[in-house]
Ligand binder design. Sequence first.
Ligand SMILES: CC(C)(COP(=O)(O)OP(=O)(O)OC[C@H]1O[C@@H](n2cnc3c(N)ncnc32)[C@H](O)[C@@H]1OP(=O)(O)O)[C@@H](O)C(=O)NCCC(=O)NCCS
Length: 155
Amino acid sequence: MEPVAFVEVVESVELHELRRNVLRGGDPTAIVEDPRDDRPDSLHLAVRLDDGLVAIGSFYVSTSPRDPTQPSMQLRYLATDPGWQRHGFGAMLLREGEALLIRRGVDSLWANARDTALGFYLCEGWETLPNSEHLSAETQLPHTVIVKQLGHLER
Ligand SMILES: CC(C)(COP(=O)(O)OP(=O)(O)OC[C@H]1O[C@@H](n2cnc3c(N)ncnc32)[C@H](O)[C@@H]1OP(=O)(O)O)[C@@H](O)C(=O)NCCC(=O)NCCS
């Protein structure tokens, strides 16, 4: 039988291994936790395929960098296992997350996106914030702030 992939809500601790391996080059000393991980309004999602997680992402309540008056959530630690990239799992996680957050009344999302992943986010309907290019303090990699408006989508 074909393996079935599905998105599930998980505890943040289940995401540390993929966060470290995909986003921090496997560095055992890297910090792979966000201080907001255990807040009840944070959302951690994973795509499960057979017994393993193949894609992960976390959403945190946060002020929108485009409009500080707008309720928003920040997407962090989006990653797909390198052996499963370009199989649609990152997009599956994002779309499921957006649908869930729309039901919670969230109007917009934002993220500090790695420039190497910008093509992916643009495919998924995100926009770059003008003049927001910067180097990440954590990884020293080029990043750009991206935003996605959810408010116009159906609740
Ligand atoms: C970025 C990342 C999460 C995308 O996940 P993925 O599961 O490989 O993406 P998907 O297979 O769902 O891709 C969806 C679409 O985006 C495109 N895409 C994926 N990665 C892309 C990239 N780096 N540049 C341009 N387009 C990309 C795919 O071709 C696909 O389009 P298609 O359906 O027309 O083929 C994954 O490549 C990754 O983990 N990269 C390393 C870590 C990283 O950079 N994370 C983001 C931190 S901000």
